[in-house]
Design a protein around this ligand. Structure first.
Ligand code: SF4
Length: 254
């Protein structure tokens, strides 16, 4: 089974466990006051049951919608609001549920980015090049390079010692924006200034997760960096993955 598939299965499994826990809590919350509420008014326990039942239906419907979106990679049911729900509500809950089962945060973050990518693919069909931003981490730059590329990636001398050269050329070829950020604060500023409609970002699990959350509602398609020397030092990326994702959105999913 591919790593990507196992990450998605992990994410969906956590969704179902969360759903079961939610169901348990809902039943308890309904049952505990049941005895007392009946003494106040006979209809109150039934009303409370309807309230929790509706809430449960919404949660189950949301999870069902996520699973369908992952399977068909199409904008189905409630998926317009789905990304927001996954980013703001479901993901933080999944981190907690994962902790209960001893699953590492990084593994869940990895799964989250992949699931988010599928939802972005389902929702964004076509993007104009000037509205697409390639957002890269500073650690891709060769550690010994003295050129300042954070303000303007075009300052790169294109010596070829790191992949910044290829990214600058790629951005030129496809007329898309390219920015290099040293951290979350700068990345947020870049997003505010450039107002992209879609971001293709390269980073580690932690930075991609926070980037996706911070940039919402702007969709972020995340690609994991490669760390042959450990985190944040002379990191690498799979250029083909970046180009493939970019072409997918520029060519309208073709
Ligand atoms: S390709 Fe650009 S950024 Fe990378 S080392 Fe050379 S000059 Fe510096």
């Amino acid at each position: 089974m591919s790593e990507e598939k196992s990450h998605k299965i992990l994410f969906v499994s956590l969704l179902f466990v969360t759903c079961a826990l939610f169901f348990l809590v809902a039943v308890l919350l309904w049952w505990i006051p049941y005895v007392g509420l009946a003494n106040i008014h006979r209809a109150l326990p039934a009303l409370l049951a309807v309230f929790f039942g509706t809430l449960l239906l919404l949660v189950v419907g949301g999870i069902f919608s996520i699973v369908l979106t992952l399977i068909f990679r199409k904008d189905l049911l409630l998926s317009k609001r789905l990304r927001g729900a996954v980013i703001k509500v479901i993901f933080p809950v999944l981190i907690l549920v994962g902790k209960l089962f001893g699953i590492s945060k990084e593994k869940i973050q990895h799964a989250f980015v992949e699931v988010n990518n599928d939802i972005v693919i389902a929702q964004v069909s076509h993007i104009r090049p000037e509205r697409l931003l390639l957002l890269m981490p500073h650690c891709l730059q060769n550690y010994d390079c003295k050129v300042k590329i954070t303000g303007n990636a075009d300052n790169c001398k294109r010596c070829g010692l790191c992949k910044i050269k290829d990214l600058v050329e790629m951005a030129e070829t496809y007329h898309v924006g390219l920015s290099v950020a040293t951290g979350g604060t700068i990345a947020r500023r870049i997003v505010v200034e450039k107002k992209p409609r879609l971001i293709i970002a390269v980073a580690c699990e932690r930075d991609l997760t926070s980037g996706i959350q911070d940039s919402y509602p702007v969709p972020v398609y995340g690609i994991f960096n490669i760390r042959p020397y450990g985190p944040c030092f002379n990191t690498q990326l799979d250029l083909k993955k970046v180009e493939k994702a970019m072409l997918h959105f520029l060519q309208g999913g073709a």
